[in-house]
Design a protein around this ligand. Sequence first.
Ligand code: AMP
Ligand code: ZN
Length: 466
Amino acid sequence: MALRFYNTLTQRLEEFRPLDGHTVRMYTCGPTVYHYVHIGNFRTFSFQDVLRRVLRMRGWKLFHVMNITDVDDKIIRNAVAEGKSLREYTAPYTEAFLEDAAKLRLERPEKLVFATDHIPDMVEAIRRLAERQHTYESEGSVYFRISSFPEYGKLSHTNFSGNLAGARVDVDEYEKADARDFVLWKARKPGEPYWDTPLGPGRPGWHIECSVMAMKYLGETIDIHTGGVDLIFPHHENEIAQSECITGKPFARFWLHAEHLMVEGQKMSKSLGNFYTLRDILARGWAPEAIRYLLISAPYRKQLNFTFDGLKAAASAIERLRNFQTRLETERFDPGIDEDQEQRAAKALADYHEGLDDDLNTADALGAVFEFIRETNIAMDQGRFRAGNVASAKKLLGDFDLVFDVLRPTLAEGALSDEEVEALLKERTEAKKARDFARADQIRAMLLEKGIVVEDTRDGVRWKRR
Ligand code: AMP
Ligand code: ZN
């Protein structure tokens, strides 16, 4: 079956293909850089990475834009408190975000954009909204009048009728899910950074950022818009209102939202203080790929509870996968091909891809891979697995890693590369041949010290990282 996604807008599973038939134009609400991003945020960004990889595997090209929110209430508060400009304050957190994302092997979106680089575009968008009577002004701030957009509520599936003459709200975060006219442009406050614009001195609201940057780079109707479920209301609802009131066209065709990473029944969040950054976890000695695996192994629309036991299970799942890969690559199998094994591989491959096609059901996809590994290990032990079966097993593992990307170990600083290990092992083999056992043992000990375990088997030398 074809690739299909659950669309928050229609509340249905829908078959996906890009509007123009080749390039997926996709927008992601990026981080607000007032602190280190936590692994809850990274659950959403990791889901987006899986989404990217699956879309590409299905043959589509990608044009993915992610914004960096580098101006908002919290950023201003912290920057002012530290006596820094907005950029001085946010730049190290932006850097840290990109570094952490790279450690988690998240592909860079094709374009990263900063809110503060788009103030004139936002001012222009607000002007167009004003021209069409969607705004009003009060005390130097400009608000969006939600009663001017009858479809308000269509994304969060809330019926706000009779409730739209709401009060105004100035803050970037709503307390609860009630409809309020939201701020597009905030009047300058004493002591705060501001931009001098035709709208008067001030700064943009959070919602207008995303509408403007998404449409500037991706066009008036984009294929996919994503974020965490907490953004459905009001942020994405407001993005729709702004964009569709400007263009009169549907803003995004597919809305995909990731469920939360939880800690003991509550959303992992900065405000609750129940969060871990990637740095916290790496400092405890965990490999980044274990965190990546943990975050993506549960389907993105299910809540996921974060525990260190879960992380341990993720690490051992990776270990099993790598051991299987080592077996495939180093064991010597009898010649020939076993047809049952070929069928098993074909079924596993089909089930794996079908899992991904089914709204990125990573749990089902993984289930197919692990069942295959379990059965194949038995077939290998019983000698039923033949040399001719290696290729189909490698194909499955290869397709698995195109999305999951956990087979390659992250090298610690100062660690030996694969090539260096191979070179030392070659030297060791030669030393043994020359009956220089002292040198051979010395090399083995040196490798062990660097975390490389060497095993001499019937089929030759095998090694793995500890
Ligand atoms: P923020 O920096 O707060 O704007 O959040 C960046 C992204 O992380 C948004 O898409 C949020 O919806 C998402 N997010 C925040 N907390 C969590 C969480 N506990 N689990 C999953 N995603 C989250
Ligand atoms: Zn956004």
